[in-house]
Design a protein around this ligand. Sequence first.
Ligand code: HEC
Length: 221
Amino acid sequence: MNKTRSIVIASLLAGVGFMSCNSGNMRRNPGKIYAPDMTYSRAYDAYTSNPNFADGQTSRVPISGAIALGHDLPDHLVEGDTNAYKSFTTSYRFNEAELKEGGRLYMIYCGICHGTALDGNGPLYASGKFPAMPANFKDAKYLGMPMGTMYAAIKYGKNLMGSYAGQLDVKQRWQVIAYIKKMQSENGGTPFTLGATSGEAATPVVAVADSAATVREDKHK
Ligand code: HEC
C-alpha cells in the first residue's frame, strides 16, 4: 500500500516537473504558431527600437501644434497681454450644477484670500498672515472687471497672488469666474442671468454670458 502510494506521488511529481519544463520551453520556442500576428506584433510597439527613424525610437513626440484629445484650441495669448485678455472670453456654457461646482472650487482655492463673501477679507488676509489685500470682488473696481482679465489672473497670477493654472483646468477656471460674476451681479455688478444668451434654449442653462467675440481657448497651461 505504502509502496503504491509513493509510486503514485513520484509519478505525479515527475509529471509536474515535466510539464513545467515543457511550458518553460514553450515560452522560449513556441514551435508552430497558429496565429503569428497574435504572437508577434506587426506594428512597432512603443519603447521598441525602430529602424525608420534616425534616433531608432518608436515613441515620437507629438508634432508641434498637436492638441490632446478632449482639449480645445490654444488661446495664443501670452502673459501680460492685458488688452487682449480684456476681450478674451469662452464658449463654455454652464448649467446650475456646474456653476455650483464653480462655487465649490472658489471656496477651496480662492476663498481663503478673497473671502467666502468675495469681499477680499478671507481668513488668511484677515488673520494678518498675508501681506497684500486680495481683490474685493464687491468693490466697484472689480464689479465690472472683464472675465478675460480674471482668467489671466487665475492662469498667471497677479503680483502677490500665485497662478492657479496647476490647480484648475481651463473649464474649472471659467466655472470659478462664472461663480464670481454671478455673485457680483447680485451685488451691483452687471446683470447676470442664467440662460441669458440668445438661441441656446436646447443647450444647458447658460452661466457665462459675454457680448465680446467668442474665443476658444485651450486646456494647456
Ligand atoms: C494667497 C491669496 C490669494 C488666493 C488664494 C487667490 N488670490 Fe486672487 N488675489 C490675491 C491678491 C493679493 C490680489 C491682488 C493683486 C494685486 O492687485 O496686487 C488678487 C487679485 C485677484 C484678481 C484681480 C486681478 C487683477 O487683474 O487685478 C482676481 C480676478 C483674482 N485675484 C482671482 C482669484 C481667483 C479666481 C482665485 C482662486 C482660483 C484667487 N484669486 C486666489 C490673493 C489671492
